[in-house]
Design a protein around this ligand. Structure first.
Ligand SMILES: [Ca+2]
Ligand SMILES: [Ca+2]
Ligand SMILES: [Ca+2]
Length: 136
């Protein structure tokens, strides 16, 4: 089950009668991860500081950035994402965690919902994995 389905499932448990309606509208409006466009419900890592250049937009977790590259058409396009990001923007309703090693290992930091900033020294050009939490 992907992240979107889990989010919907949580809502269904609370308001079961609204499930069919929620599922009907969830498809077309869902964000698409790793398309180079940071949408609502996504977590983004940027090529340079202050949300500059290309963005690596995640909808679900990715515990190993070694196979990921920035999209073309922006500064940093085609470059590897691993150990190569300097700022972030969390547009998800949940906080996200990032790690400086794959598998959310190494230094681990948490970024609250709807928060952006520049990576501190310990994380700048070192982030290698990210996952979402179930709290803001
Ligand atoms: Ca996207
Ligand atoms: Ca990956
Ligand atoms: Ca790293």
């Amino acid at each position: 089950m992907d992240k979107g389905m889990r989010k919907i499932a949580v809502g269904c448990a609370a308001v079961f009668s609204a499930c069919a309606t929620v599922l009907a509208v969830a498809g077309p409006s869902a964000a698409y991860g790793k398309d180079g466009n940071l949408e609502v419900d996504e977590f983004g890592l940027y090529w340079t500081t202050n949300r500059g250049g290309c963005v690596f937009d995640l909808y679900g977790e990715d515990l190993n950035f070694s196979d990921d590259y920035f999209k073309s058409g922006c500064s940093g396009g085609g470059q590897k994402v691993n150990d190569n990001t300097e700022s972030y923007w969390n547009r998800d309703v949940y906080a996200w965690k990032v790690g400086t090693d794959a598998g959310l290992d190494g230094n681990v930091g948490e970024i609250p919902s709807n928060y952006w900033g520049n990576a501190s020294t310990n994380f700048k050009n070192k982030i290698s994995s990210a996952t979402y939490t179930f709290h803001a």
